[in-house]
Design a protein around this ligand. Structure first.
Ligand SMILES: Cc1cc2nc3c(=O)[nH]c(=O)nc-3n(C[C@H](O)[C@H](O)[C@H](O)COP(=O)(O)OP(=O)(O)OC[C@H]3O[C@@H](n4cnc5c(N)ncnc54)[C@H](O)[C@@H]3O)c2cc1C
Length: 410
């Protein structure tokens, strides 16, 4: 298993459960990854992929605003150009229609697996099943969200459209300056900073071996198989090699001769451990594309999607965009600008069509690819892990896998 984020750890969990000897290789000490500082939302509501009609026009408008929530860094980077062209081609109504059922199904599977995991004695990651609220302030977005809610309901999801007074009855601490919200009661949330370390501990207890501070640098193939995984700290072999290394996935698949398009989508979050006012239910501020989650007594604020090669720069203007949007929806939440040292950032692994890659490579028979979950990786961890184990075992899968073919752009 290469990669110890939520996707790698969940895959290790279900593989180990079905009897595999598993080694997790990660180049860090596993104390931080994209799977820690995220907003912890479990989201059957997210059945519309990022590549959807309207995103291109909106994205171009946002590119001229330094505080905007979405940004593609103009660059001559060939990977970015090729990804961008595929994204533009995918941003169609057909893609939305095609992806809705697979995304719903994998999300519902994952939510039920999280429920199962949270019932495991001693495994408490503060999961709460209160849903999430999609807030809207403008008539235009209200119309879009209400339309989407109707679609969600037709797909069997538990969703309710609420006016301002109905929302206020559920959110008693905060003042509201919104027209209303769609309450996706089908959603849930958890505290990733509790989930990940406990999952690592459970895996260690069950016999999974961890090779940390161990970066994969080379892959040796032969006869349509990965023969050796070469790291800065030893050479590894396996019957199956699972690549679950997040935004760095294409670099490793390329070493095995498999090209998959994927770009990092950087996002920021900051967490207040003593928030003045607390929300009861996680929130997405639709016009601002900002998310807020009350988790384990804290409040975490996050957002922005900067599509660009991995870089360590914290763009304070975008964080300012998050901070300034909150009182526009909740006038009595006063947020101070966090210091740069308190800002977390992570790289969402984004596929051009907004659908993850899960499956065996057709070119390299023992390579299983699991990644590209973009904004929903935390949500989809357990389902992806279970599907990886089912594929490795040659069993029928819990959901139809056609949409997740990792070589669909080849
Ligand atoms: C601001 C923000 C908010 C988010 N909110 C949510 C949310 O509310 N709900 C949700 O579902 N998702 C959310 N996400 C998305 C989610 O966090 C990601 O989709 C998810 O963490 C991706 O998990 P991963 O395991 O694929 O990758 P990662 O967590 O990035 O893990 C990949 C691992 O691979 C390792 N690695 C990379 N290259 C190598 C190599 N060569 N050798 C060895 N190891 C390597 C890395 O060190 C890393 O540990 C959010 C993301 C951001 C940025």
């Amino acid at each position: 298993m290469i990669g110890g984020g939520i996707i790698g750890l969940s895959s290790a969990y279900y593989l180990r459960q079905s009897g595999w000897e598993v080694t997790v290789i990660d180049r860090t000490d596993l104390s931080d990854s994209c799977s820690y500082g995220n907003l912890g939302m479990i989201v059957p509501s997210h059945f519309v992929p990022l590549a959807a009609p309207g995103m291109i026009a909106q994205g171009i408008k946002w590119m001229f605003n330094s505080r905007s929530p979405f940004y593609v860094k103009p660059s001559l980077n060939m990977d970015l150009i090729s990804w961008g062209l595929k994204f533009i081609k995918s941003a169609t109504q057909e893609n939305v229609e095609r992806s809705a059922i697979p995304l719903r199904d994998i999300n519902l599977l994952s939510k039920s697996l999280y429920q199962e995991l949270s019932a495991r004695p001693g495994f408490d990651f503060a999961m709460e099943k209160k849903g999430i609220m999609m807030y809207f302030k403008t008539e235009k977005v209200a119309e879009e969200e209400i339309h989407l809610a109707a679609k969600a309901r037709s797909m069997g999801l538990d969703v309710e459209t609420l006016d301002k007074n109905q929302v206020q009855a559920l959110e008693t601490e905060v003042k509201l300056d919104v027209l209303g919200a769609v309450h996706y009661r089908c959603d849930a949330h958890l505290y990733p900073n509790k989930l990940i370390p406990q999952l690592i501990a459970i895996l260690k207890d069950s016999g999974v071996i961890f090779e940390t501070n161990c970066a994969v640098e080379k892959i040796i193939t032969g006869g349509n198989k990965i023969k050796k995984v070469i790291t800065n700290n030893g050479v590894f072999e396996g019957d199956v090699v699972v690549m679950a290394n997040g935004s760095w996935l294409p670099q490793l698949t390329k070493m095995a001769g498999v090209t998959i398009p994927l770009m990092p989508g950087k996002g920021y979050s900051f967490t207040l451990s003593k928030p003045g006012k607390k929300l009861n239910i996680p929130a997405i501020l639709c016009e601002a594309r900002v998310a807020i989650t009350p988790m384990n007594g804290h409040m975490r604020y996050g957002g922005t999607m900067e599509i660009a090669p991995v870089n360590k720069k914290v763009n304070m203007k975008r964080v300012e965009g998050i901070v300034q949007s909150v009182p526009k929806y909740f006038p009595n939440i006063e947020l101070n600008m966090p210091q740069e040292k308190d800002i977390w950032y992570g790289f969402r692994p984004c596929t051009p069509d907004g659908v993850p890659y899960i499956g065996f490579s057709k070119k390299i028979n023992n390579l299983l690819i699991a990644g590209g979950h973009a904004m929903s990786g935390l949500s989809l961890g357990p389902a992806t892990g279970k599907l990886v184990a089912e594929l490795a075992n040659g069993q029928p899968t819990s959901v139809n896998m056609d949409a997740f073919d990792p070589e669909r752009f080849s």
